[in-house]
Design a protein around this ligand. Structure first.
Ligand SMILES: Cc1cc2nc3c(=O)[nH]c(=O)nc-3n(C[C@H](O)[C@H](O)[C@H](O)COP(=O)(O)OP(=O)(O)OC[C@H]3O[C@@H](n4cnc5c(N)ncnc54)[C@H](O)[C@@H]3O)c2cc1C
Length: 471
């Protein structure tokens, strides 16, 4: 029987695999259904940058001396000085992907092309079935770590159409369909970072190089109030610290359920730089009152969609503040409308033993362990926004959470992760014991100090006059 099985090898479980590389006495295996590690391949646009500094790699914020740190990756690729002279903490997403692939190549215990299809409870743990190219394998394990990530979320009116119409797609597939010729109205929906990056890509391909004519009109619509930046200042970013995560965990349950929605500016939105890049493009194109060939608007919610004459997609939006309707005939619709946690059918046989809260959400403890009332233990990487807050999907907390899970699996505090990491107080404030300036003991102490200083001055003055009188 294995000590544990990791399901999914996105950055979070890959972080766990990298942190555990020295644990030779541990028997474990990670499985991923994809053929290889390729991080968000369908939206890996050439100039897209990471939204977290390079230190949010797989290991550094827990084990900076790990051979799998980003700095060691740079060293292995003779890029340390280039990175140093570049003076930028943010790396291209393509480089992050290449770094992760470099780590994957060095790790044992990781198996791609293997999908977990079924898990059943057994004495002492779990029986896990994996499928690889039609062949099924059976494994037994005491513990499991779920790192199955998220799946694309399409607005309800587009869900059926996207299955039949190649010109209706989610942003996660954007690059796979980028070669298609665009014409008519291209409608981009959403106002997150992916939407902004796709906007730039479409904008830059919009004008025919020879004729100078626009090949299509570009609509960028969002149901949000507009196109806003994501928080990127140090005190704001402390909401992604282990301290805030712990604070959030201990908040009242109802508050935890409602709070993430009110913190959208922390983890949704667009990087300020991308917003400036977009604005600059619009500014340049509009010189001399030239037509921009784009329409940008907030408060537009997609209500309905239908395919017309087998070609165009008719979209019905409502302006949510004025309750006005807008109907557009789109040749292409790109929904950059985010991701959601998938329903994990392979857990069905365990579901009666999984503790749920009043909102039917999994109950997960502070150490990321699922409340499972059978034999064995289950840990969760990234599905518990309602327990651990907005930092849950953030790569900057990935190594920290993996280290916490690793300590549980190892049964000892192998990784030192305790201790305060932020300047802000997230725990209950205690009044500081400060001696009042005018309390009697303070006055007495000050008088004593003043007398001592006066005595020193008198002594110095005497010494100096003695020196001079000698000359
Ligand atoms: C385009 C994009 C850019 C992002 N950029 C940033 C950023 O810059 N900074 C940041 O902090 N966050 C970023 N995020 C958010 C987040 O950190 C990433 O989505 C991250 O990939 C989440 O990692 P994960 O390991 O949870 O899941 P994923 O990366 O989604 O990986 C899950 C893996 O589980 C596998 N899997 C699922 N089911 C099974 C099964 N049954 N059997 C076997 N394998 C299975 C999947 O194949 C997949 O490989 C970004 C998200 C997106 C979409």
């Amino acid at each position: 029987m294995l000590d544990f099985i990791g399901i999914g090898l996105g950055p979070f479980n890959l972080s766990l695999a990298a942190l555990l590389h020295q644990q030779t006495s541990l028997n474990y295996q990670f499985f991923d259904k994809r053929q290889e590690f390729n991080w968000h391949a369908g939206i890996q646009l050439p100039n897209a940058m990471m939204q977290v500094p390079f230190m949010a790699d797989l290991v550094s914020l827990v084990e900076p001396t790990s051979p799998y740190s980003f700095l060691n990756y740079l060293k292995a690729h003779q890029r340390l000085y280039k990175f140093y002279f570049r003076e930028n903490l943010y790396i291209p997403r393509q480089e992050y992907n290449h770094y992760c692939q470099w780590v994957v190549k060095q790790l044992s215990h990781v198996q791609f092309g293997s999908r977990v299809t079924d898990i059943a409870p057994i004495a002492g743990g779990f029986q896990v079935i994996t499928e690889q190219k039609g062949r099924f394998s059976v494994h037994q394990t005491r513990k499991m770590v779920l790192g199955t990530g998220t799946t694309p979320r399409l607005p309800q009116p587009l869900q059926l159409i996207a299955e039949q119409h190649p010109q209706c797609l989610h942003s996660s597939n954007y690059l796979h369909q980028r070669d298609q010729q665009l014409s008519g109205n291209v409608v981009l929906i959403g106002s997150g970072q992916s939407a902004a990056e796709i906007f730039i890509d479409l904008f830059d391909r919009q004008i025919h190089p020879k004729t100078g004519q626009a090949k299509f009109h570009l609509y960028w619509l969002t149901r949000s109030a507009g196109f806003f930046p994501m928080e990127n200042t140090p005190l704001g970013l402390e909401s992604f610290s282990p301290d805030y995560m712990s604070y959030f965990y201990h908040l009242p349950h109802d508050l935890k359920t409602s709070l993430p929605a009110t913190q959208a500016n922390l983890y949704k939105g667009i990087s300020a730089k991308t917003l400036r890049d977009i604005y600059e493009r619009l500014y340049q194109r509009s010189i001399g009152a030239a037509e921009t060939h784009v329409t940008l608007a907030g408060h537009y919610q997609l209500e309905n969609a239908a395919v017309t004459h087998g070609k165009n997609i008719q979209l019905k939006f409502v302006q949510t503040q004025k309750q006005q309707n807008l109907t557009l005939a789109a040749s292409t619709v790109i929904a950059a409308t985010g991701y959601q946690y998938p329903s994990l059918d392979f857990l069905n046989k365990l579901s009666s033993k999984i503790g749920l809260n009043s909102q039917h959400q999994w109950h997960i403890n502070e150490n990321h362990q699922l409340d499972y009332q059978g034999d064995g233990e289950i840990y969760i990487q990234n599905t518990d926004l309602h327990h651990h807050g907005v930092g849950t999907p953030d790569l900057g907390l990935g190594a920290f959470r993996s280290a916490k899970i690793a300590n549980q699996i190892l049964g000892e505090p192998y990784f030192e992760i305790e201790g305060r990491q932020s300047f802000q107080e997230f725990q209950e404030l205690q009044p500081k014991e400060i001696e009042a300036a005018f309390s009697m003991p303070a006055i007495a102490k000050n008088n004593f100090r003043a007398e001592a200083i006066a005595a020193q001055i008198t002594k110095k003055a005497t010494d100096v006059s003695a020196q001079y009188s000698l000359k």
